[in-house]
Design a protein around this ligand. Structure first.
Ligand code: SAH
Length: 346
C-alpha cells in the first residue's frame, strides 16, 4: 500500500481525531475497533512508533511501522529550583523549540510553543530577539504536552500557549491542536489558555469558534504610544481597536479576558498608568495579570521590586479593577515567561 508513497509525505497521526483515525484504519481493511486502539496507544499510552502497538497483528504492524506518529526528541532538559522543567525538543526537521513543565502542589501546567521563533519582536522578549523560522504543525504542539506528561509521569491539568511564537499567526494549526488536546488528550477547554499580543482580525475570528478556552491578551501598556514602544506590531493595531475586538470576544463567548501586563520598573508602573488602564477596562469583563519583567540579556529594563508591584496592584484595585500578580516560575533556568530562546542543537 505504501509502495509508491514516500514516508515523508504521510502526515503524522498525532492530532488526528477519532473519525480521522477511523478513516485511516479503513484504508487498510482493518476492523473498525483498531481506530479506538490506535487512538488509545498514541494519546494515552504515548507510543512513539506504530510498531509498538502490540495489540495489532504483526504483519500489519510491519507494514505501517514507518508511518510517523509525530513525536519529538528531548534534546535537553534543565530543572529550576522550584521544580519547573525547561525542555529543548528536537523536531523532525532538526529545528528546536522550547516547552516548559510547571508543577504546582497538585497540578501540572505545560507552557507550549506555537512557532519556531517569533516575528513579533516585542522589546522585552527573548524569543522576539531571535529569528523567526516557521509555524508549528498541530502534531508538534500536541507532542509537547504528551512529552511533559510522560516525563513528569503525571497528567497535565493546564496548557498555556505562552511559549515561543504568536499563536494567532498560526491559528489553523493552533485550533487543530486545541481540538486534539481537548478531545483526544482529554484536557478541558477551560484549562487551555491562548495568549496573544493581538493580530488584526484574528481575535474576532477566534471568537467565532465559540470555544470555552481562556483568551489572554498581552496588553502591557495603558496607552497606544507606550504600547508601540514595547510591542512594535501595535503600530498596525490601535489600542482602541484591540479593545473593541476583545469586547466582541467577551460578547460572543461569554468568557472574560485576561489582560497580561508586564511590569517594567519606571516604564509602565506609575500611578497614572494604573488610572489610564482602569479607564480603558472599566466595565470590561476581564482580569489583569501583572507579570513582573523577567530579565533578558539583550535589553536593560528593570524588574520591579515586590513593593512597587504591590503598589501598582493597589492602584488598580482602588480603581475597581480585578488584578493579581503572577508568580514567576523557573526564573533561575531561563524558563520563565519571555525567556525562552532555543539554541539550535543539531
Ligand atoms: N506571543 C504571545 C505568547 C507568547 S509570550 C503573546 O505575546 O502573548 C507569553 C507572555 O510572556 C506574554 O504576555 C509576553 O508578553 C510575556 N513576556 C515576554 N517576555 C517577557 C519577559 N521578559 N518577562 C516577563 N514576561 C514576558
Amino acid at each position: 500500500m505504501l509502495d509508491h508513497l514516500s514516508v515523508a509525505s504521510i502526515p503524522p497521526l498525532l492530532g488526528a481525531s477519532r473519525t480521522q483515525l477511523a478513516n485511516w484504519v479503513k484504508q487498510y481493511q482493518q476492523p473498525a475497533y483498531r481506530a479506538q486502539q490506535v487512538h488509545q496507544w498514541i494519546y494515552q499510552k504515548g507510543v512513539r512508533s506504530l510498531s509498538e502497538i502490540t495489540v495489532f497483528p504483526k504483519q500489519w504492524r510491519t507494514e505501517i511501522a514507518d508511518i510517523p506518529i509525530g513525536r519529538s526528541q528531548i534534546n535537553h532538559r534543565s530543572i529550576a529550583r522550584d521544580g519547573t522543567v525547561k525542555y529543548l525538543l528536537k523536531l523532525a526537521d532538526g529545528q528546536v523549540i522550547e516547552t516548559v513543565g510547571i508543577p504546582t502542589q497538585k497540578r501540572l501546567t505545560v507552557c507550549v510553543s506555537s512557532q519556531v521563533g517569533c516575528p513579533m519582536a516585542c522589546d522585552f522578549c527573548a524569543t522576539g530577539k531571535g529569528q523567526f523560522l516557521r509555524n508549528l504543525a498541530c502534531h508538534e504542539i500536541v507532542d509537547q504536552v504528551l512529552t511533559v506528561q510522560e516525563d513528569f509521569q503525571q497528567r497535565v491539568a493546564n496548557v498555556v500557549f505562552m511559549g515561543m511564537g504568536e499563536p494567532l499567526l498560526n491559528q489553523a494549526q493552533v485550533l487543530a491542536a486545541i481540538r486534539s488536546l481537548n478531545q483526544d488528550v482529554g484536557i478541558g477547554q477551560r484549562s487551555l489558555t491562548l495568549s496573544t499580543v493581538g493580530i488584526p482580525g484574528q481575535i474576532r475570528q477566534l471568537a467565532e469558534q465559540k470555544l470555552q478556552i481562556t483568551l489572554a491578551v498581552s496588553l502591557h501598556a495603558s496607552n497606544q504610544l507606550l504600547r508601540t514602544q514595547l510591542v512594535p506590531s501595535a503600530q498596525h493595531y490601535p489600542l482602541e481597536k484591540l479593545l473593541q475586538d476583545c469586547q466582541f470576544y467577551v460578547a460572543v463567548t461569554g468568557r472574560r479576558i485576561t489582560f497580561e501586563y508586564i511590569v517594567l520598573s519606571g516604564v509602565n508602573d506609575q500611578p497614572e498608568h494604573a488610572v489610564e488602564l482602569a479607564h480603558h477596562l472599566r466595565g470590561f469583563q476581564s482580569h489583569v495579570n501583572l507579570i513582573p519583567y523577567n530579565p533578558i540579556s539583550e535589553v536593560d529594563y528593570e524588574r520591579p521590586t515586590q513593593k512597587r508591584l504591590q503598589e501598582f496592584l493597589n492602584c488598580l484595585k482602588e480603581q475597581h479593577i480585578t488584578a493579581s500578580i503572577r508568580r514567576s516560575r523557573g526564573l533561575d533556568r531561563d524558563a520563565a515567561c519571555g525567556q525562552l530562546r532555543a539554541t539550535q542543537i543539531k
